[in-house]
Design a protein around this ligand. Structure first.
Ligand SMILES: *Cc1c(COP(=O)(O)O)cnc(C)c1O
Length: 429
């Protein structure tokens, strides 16, 4: 069989069934692919890595006893705090978001302590599970998958806790599964109004460096973040920021695991204590480059860029929604993340559209997460756009136009004018 005339499917079948009869010279060159070229991983983490970050990491192993690395590491701390909006302490961990879920709790929650989790999506439930694994008793207020938490309900639960047995309120700023954004300052005010001493612990893993967040001004006692989202560094490094109130609570703990203990990490007497062992050498160089990028652009400008790009995405989604099944998961713009957008499109369409965009256009969308129902156990009716970190107007316009093309190719009903609507938002900015 002349290979030039074989279809992709036929070649795949031949390879699978008669591998010894398939000529070695087959290269696949006869098949045109519109995915060749720069691809875009438009998922909510890991996010797109800037060339500057990759270049900074491309180096031989550095000396970990003295010299450049040591000085550079100490210089990272004030810049991390600037981005977090805090003058307090930060501890760095080699780990992902799950690591700092555990690290943060391990310093302030003892076995048998109670925590309150106002959940607004899968990540809230994930953090709660980590708390349960540490022996905490978790009270959940579940706000479902389409709306933000109601601070008044949290206040009610705290007011009912007369003995102050609840030690912490665990709040997720942006729940990456639902793309809801919670009002942390309002939550602080509601907690304060009850006079309850519980710590306010906030997960900013999806929002730091994307959505406005001000740890001290908003009154978070503990805040956690990770490297692979707004900070544009590969997964593998994560951060716990904590204030004096949290530090005082840490000091009262009956015991804290040696590895998770934030005290020596935040105030090390020797360099190795910063990481409780070998430093994450190359991640540190990558982080230096990313913090430089964020601070050179200006934090306010970074937030503004995310805001404009997010609004362009929503404008396109609103136009698509005018006809057909596509729908933004969070109706109220004020409660939407600027870093990730979660969409509903009806069973199967979500997975079909993601497949099409990846296989035909070279852009990978996020899967639906934590949206499973009995009718849709795999969350096939959902998808997400990640628009965090190193993204700009041409990437977002390309992303939206690719989705538009996928909707046409797959014959999924949709309203018209989406690209124009997005263009208008960007043009007006
Ligand atoms: C990504 C994410 C996590 C989990 O981070 P991992 O690195 O996957 O462990 C936790 N919380 C939020 C809000 C996230 O976006």
């Amino acid at each position: 069989m002349p290979i030039q005339s074989a279809s992709v499917e036929q070649v795949a079948i031949d390879v699978a069934q008669k591998p010894d009869r398939v000529p070695w010279r087959f290269t696949g060159a006869a098949i045109m692919k519109l995915t060749q070229g720069q691809t875009y991983l438009a998922i909510p983490g890991p996010s797109v890595m800037p060339e500057a970050v990759l270049r900074a990491m491309h180096r031989a192993a550095p000396n970990i006893y003295e010299g450049e690395l040591i000085e550079m590491t100490h210089g990272l701390l004030p810049d991390l705090k600037k981005i977090a909006g805090t003058r307090h302490d930060v501890a760095i961990y080699i780990g992902n978001g799950h690591a700092v879920w555990e690290a943060s709790l391990a310093n302030v929650i003892a076995e048998g302590d109670r925590v309150l989790m106002p959940a607004t999506g899968a990540f809230g439930h994930g953090w709660r599970e980590v708390a349960a694994g540490l022996g905490a008793e978790c009270e959940v207020i579940d706000f479902g998958r389409r709306c933000p938490m109601d601070p008044a309900k949290v206040a009610e639960a705290l007011a009912a806790d007369k003995s102050h047995s609840i030690k912490a309120v665990l709040a997720v700023h942006v729940d990456t599964s639902t793309s809801v954004r919670n009002d942390i300052a309002a939550l602080r005010a509601a907690i304060d109004a009850t006079g309850h001493p519980a710590l306010l612990m906030v997960d900013c893993i999806a929002s730091l460096g994307c959505d406005r967040f001000e740890m001290d001004a908003w009154g978070a006692d503990v805040m956690i973040a990770a490297s692979q989202k707004g900070l544009m560094v590969p997964p593998g490094m994560a951060f716990v920021f904590f204030n004096e109130k949290a530090a005082a609570r840490r000091a009262e703990m009956p015991r804290v695991s040696r590895y998770w203990d934030w005290a020596p990490r935040a105030n090390p007497e020797a360099y190795y204590q910063l990481f409780c062992g070998t430093a994450p050498t190359h991640h540190l160089y990558g982080l230096r480059a990313s913090l430089d990028m964020i601070l050179d652009e200006g934090l306010e400008q970074v937030w503004q860029r995310h805001d404009v790009l997010a609004r362009a995405i929503w404008a396109a989604c609103d136009a698509w929604s005018a006809e057909g099944p596509l729908e933004l998961n969070i109706a109220d713009e004020a409660h939407r993340s600027r870093a990730v957008t979660s969409l509903r499109i009806g069973k199967e369409h979500g997975t079909r559209l993601r497949r099409w965009c990846q296989d035909q256009a070279g852009v990978t969308l996020g899967i639906g997460l934590g949206m499973a129902t009995e009718d849709d156990p795999q969350s096939d009716g959902f998808f997400r756009f990640g628009h965090m970190g190193h993204v700009n107007a041409q990437m977002i316009m390309g992303l939206l136009a690719s989705v538009q093309t996928g909707l046409i190719a797959l014959d999924i009903p949709h309203g018209s004018g989406a690209i124009d609507a997005a263009a208008r938002v960007i043009a007006e900015a």
